[in-house]
Write a protein that binds this ligand. Structure first.
Ligand code: CMP
Length: 132
């Protein structure tokens, strides 16, 4: 079994889509093993997205991620990191495959409803960020 981190982003919590996302995850045989709800501070959002330092979209991304509640959760499944990336679809919903979570509910490349860790190494870092 591997673990990965998913965050339900403010555009999705705002539209009452937390349950919808969890349902999609559970139907795809991910087990939710940790979950919480919080509003990120600017400092926390900048730290979480430190890998994007210097990117033109960072300030807008931080403003968006601090604009409402987020729901980070730890998910367990065989091949969790890769399978979750497949299930959520491409960053830009315009390019997300049919049937993926982002193709279904994401609004645009920034308000793309969910975040998922992109490697086992980053999953460990991101899980530790939200769950001691
Ligand atoms: P996420 O998977 O959380 O990782 C970085 C986030 O930056 C991404 O989803 C998008 O929400 C956001 N973002 C905004 N603009 C861009 C862009 N041009 N390229 C990549 N990510 C972007």
């Amino acid at each position: 079994m591997n673990r990965t981190l998913l965050i339900v982003k403010p555009d999705a919590t705002d539209r009452n889509l937390i349950g919808h996302v969890v349902n999609r995850l559970e139907k795809a045989r991910f087990k939710v093993v940790e979950m919480r709800m919080l509003t990120l501070t600017e400092e926390q959002a900048r730290k979480f997205y430190a890998v994007h330092e210097g990117k033109p979209f960072l300030n807008d991304l931080v403003a968006f991620m601090t604009s409402g509640r987020v729901v980070p959760m730890v998910l367990e499944k065989e091949n969790a990191v890769e399978d979750l990336r497949t299930l959520i679809g491409a960053t830009n919903p315009a390019n997300a495959a049919c049937g993926t979570i982002r193709s279904e509910i994401a609004l645009n490349i920034e308000k793309n409803s969910v975040h998922a860790s992109d490697s086992n190494e980053n999953a460990a870092i991101e899980i530790a960020f939200f769950f001691e």
